[in-house]
Write a protein that binds this ligand. Structure first.
Ligand SMILES: NC(=O)c1ccc[n+]([C@@H]2O[C@H](COP(=O)([O-])OP(=O)(O)OC[C@H]3O[C@@H](n4cnc5c(N)ncnc54)[C@H](O)[C@@H]3O)[C@@H](O)[C@H]2O)c1
Length: 355
């Protein structure tokens, strides 16, 4: 299955299938790259998929330097970027070369950032191996690292040259990580695609059992939706903010729990429920729809409530005001109107405190 992200001279294909890793090298040939390239990964993913990825790249004629960064969000920082640049320089990578990100969103974000800044910009390919990366972070060109004072605060918009998704890699993904990725898939259903939402409701067993046809369908639809939104608003001037449904509250919750209690998708799941409640209170969402969203999140093993006593309203508000989308103290939130449709609402901090 192939999907195109349409961005004029920065357009690129997303290819999705079961057992695609062996074709990774061939996928890079049309880019007309230098022979020397680098594969960026972490030890966990490299021990599982580094072998086949490397063979595929070498069979296609590339000479590959492997760059490994430790596994974890805590290494997504400038110190480890410096390490990556050092490895690239030692390997004498040139501007006409390419980086290949093999891993989840952490590896993808760091690789994209390295590609966008090394010698003022080179190409990179995404080979995402978590569900979250396959449906979200590998598409759209947001790259970056964390700063001690804030997550994803240092970054660029830099589109990949190709996204190569092997759904078979999900077989080794821990179930909680799979569920976290499902939160983003459910989000696409709520904001843009009623049929996808219903598909997720009726085929949960097959999806959780990693049926390849179901995976291709849900990942494909998610990528199509993200590609369409990014194609219209690459730099988040307006429409792209729709993808943030669940994220305003979700990010605040992650910040307040110091990124230790929840995986990103779990926090987004709770955020989707809280924001649906706010939409209901503002008269945007019909009664009953919120319950349906909540039930679907539960079906995939996701949390839907903030545990009592974990955080208070005032703390949440302060954390939400740190969001990158806050303008002049007003919060911009993507709120659902019905299954398959959402809109951006701007409100004062007090109004958002309905949550
Ligand atoms: N750029 C964007 O648009 C965007 C969007 C959403 C999230 N993100 C970023 O993505 C990151 C989160 O990504 P993530 O959820 O993929 O986390 P991650 O990259 O940390 O991966 C989660 C864990 O799964 C392991 N793993 C990866 N693939 C595996 C596989 N196939 N089998 C077994 N284990 C595997 C990883 O080693 C890691 O331990 C965050 O840093 C977030 O800021 C970026």
């Amino acid at each position: 299955m192939e999907i195109k992200v349409n961005l004029e001279d920065r357009s690129y294909p997303i290819r999705i299938g079961d057992g695609m890793l062996s074709g990774l090298g061939r996928a890079l040939l049309p880019l007309g790259l230098e022979r020397k390239i680098a594969l960026v990964s972490n030890p966990t993913v490299f021990s599982l998929y580094g072998g086949p990825a490397l063979s595929s790249l070498e069979e296609a004629g590339f000479s590959v330097t492997v760059i490994r960064v430790p596994d974890g969000e805590e290494y997504k920082n400038l110190t480890w970027m410096e390490f990556i640049y050092g490895e690239m320089l030692k390997a004498r990578l040139e501007r006409g070369s390419c980086l290949v990100a093999l891993g989840g969103g952490v590896i993808g974000d760091m690789t994209g950032f390295a590609a966008s800044t090394y010698m003022r910009g080179m190409r990179y390919a995404q080979a995402p191996t978590t569900l979250l990366a396959q449906v979200d972070s590998s598409v759209g060109g947001k790259t970056g690292v964390n700063h001690a004072l804030g997550k994803n605060m240092i970054g660029t918009f830099w589109q990949p040259s190709t996204v190569w998704i092997d759904t078979a890699t999900l077989k080794t993904l821990p179930p909680a990580e799979f569920a976290a990725g499902m939160a983003e898939v459910i989000k696409y259903g709520v904001i843009k695609d009623r049929a996808l939402f219903e598909y997720l409701e009726t085929r949960a067993q097959r999806i959780k059992g990693l049926d390849p046809d179901c995976l291709r369908h849900i990942i494909g639809r998610s990528c199509e939706i993200k590609a369409e939104v990014v194609g219209k608003d690459e730099r988040e001037a307006g429409l792209r903010a729709i993808l943030n449904y669940g994220h305003t509250v979700g990010h605040a919750l992650e910040t307040l729990t110091k990124y230790k209690k929840y995986l990103h998708g779990q926090a987004v799941a709770i955020g989707m429920c809280a924001e649906a409640e706010l939409a209901e209170k503002r008269g945007l969402l019909k009664p009953g729809v919120r319950e349906r969203i909540k039930n679907l999140l539960r079906l995939y093993g996701l949390p839907t409530e903030i545990p009592a006593g974990l955080v208070d309203g005032e703390q949440m508000l302060k954390a939400m005001l740190l969001d990158k989308k806050v303008r002049d103290g007003r919060i911009r939130m993507a709120l659902p109107e019905e299954i398959g449709s959402a809109r951006i609402e701007t409100m004062s901090a007090e109004q958002s405190l309905f949550i």
